[in-house]
Ligand binder design. Structure first.
Ligand code: ATR
Length: 284
């Protein structure tokens, strides 16, 4: 859909140097022939309220929000949806009817990637095991409950943190420590790693997958490396696997559509572009 107006959006964070969002959105702008740009803006915490207030006046259709601003922006926007309120953090800001909207699309990105990689997936009535109890885990719990899962075992090194998070979501979320991991694993339809274990520069996640049922899907939200030790182990057992790169790409879709008016596709070409960029970092 050609546009006459030059459209601008951005990603804000502090620091912002490493964000890959410009690569994704500028690829789509070019692909769909949209006149516009997606920029990176470093916004220090004390300048955040003013930046968000003046976003539209400064010519932006909206923005993505990354660390450390997601929770602060949640407080500043005028309208949110139920999943975003449950997460308490915003990663996408846009305008509609002169109002400023804040969305959290991490959960959306998680579930869209799962459905695209495992087309037969249906969350209804499923039992899930989620490793980790940080911000990513919170977004994934919110979306999985919203999609109708029956039970979530929330496994965390620091059990009180899992207990606190589980309390926010009610009876369907059961907090446990890593020492009790056999129970969730032997019942899981979906195993998700949301911890930083397995990420480049971090220790690997060493758990035995022997207890997993043969139809369990193993999902690692880590995307660097693309194939973590967890996914390699799962593939060796012929389990279906999902890597984290698609989540990064799918979470970008709703923002692009709101700002630029086209619902973009997550394609193999785009994935290849991101993989090449990850490789480039390693060569430096
Ligand atoms: P995010 O917001 O990206 O989810 P986070 O809030 O820093 O990140 O959470 C990181 C998660 O990785 C936590 O669940 C953390 O466990 P703790 O709550 O016990 O800290 C988990 N994690 C990080 N390093 C770990 C390690 N070496 N062993 C086990 N879990 C680890």
């Amino acid at each position: 859909m050609p546009n006459d107006k030059f459209l601008k959006a951005c990603v804000i964070g502090w620091p912002i140097k490493h964000s890959r969002s410009p690569l994704i959105h500028n690829y789509w702008l070019k692909k769909y022939g949209i006149l516009g740009i997606y920029e990176k803006v470093a916004v220090p915490p004390d300048e955040l309220p003013l930046f968000i207030k003046n976003l539209s006046a400064n010519g932006f259709e909206g923005c993505n929000v990354t660390i450390p601003h997601k929770e602060s922006v949640f407080v500043h926007v005028e309208v949110t949806d139920a999943v975003t309120r449950q997460i308490g953090a915003v990663n996408t800001v846009y305008f509609e009817d002169k109002k400023q909207y804040g969305l959290n699309t991490d959960g959306y990105g998680f579930i869209s990637n799962l459905k695209s990689m495992v087309p037969s997936w249906n969350s209804e009535g499923k039992t899930c095991a989620i490793l980790g109890a940080g911000g990513a885990s919170r977004a994934i719990i919110a979306i999985l409950l919203n999609e109708g899962v029956k039970k979530i075992f929330l496994v965390n090194r620091t059990k009180p943190r899992a207990q606190n998070l589980a309390r926010e979501f009610g009876d369907k979320v059961i907090p446990i420590g890593f020492d009790e991991i056999e129970i969730p694993l032997s019942n899981a339809d979906l195993l998700v790693n949301t911890t930083s274990l397995g990420m480049v520069g971090q220790p690997s996640l060493d758990i035995s997958l022997d207890f997993l049922p043969p139809n369990c899907v193993v999902y690692d939200i880590v995307y660097d490396p693309l194939e973590t030790n967890l996914l390699k182990q799962a593939k060796d057992k012929n389990l279906q696997t999902v890597d984290g790169l698609g989540m990064l790409l799918h979470q970008a879709v709703p923002g692009f559509e709101k700002w630029f008016g086209v619902r973009p596709q997550v394609t193999d070409d785009l994935k290849a572009l991101l993989v090449a960029d990850l490789m480039k970092d390693k060569e430096q």
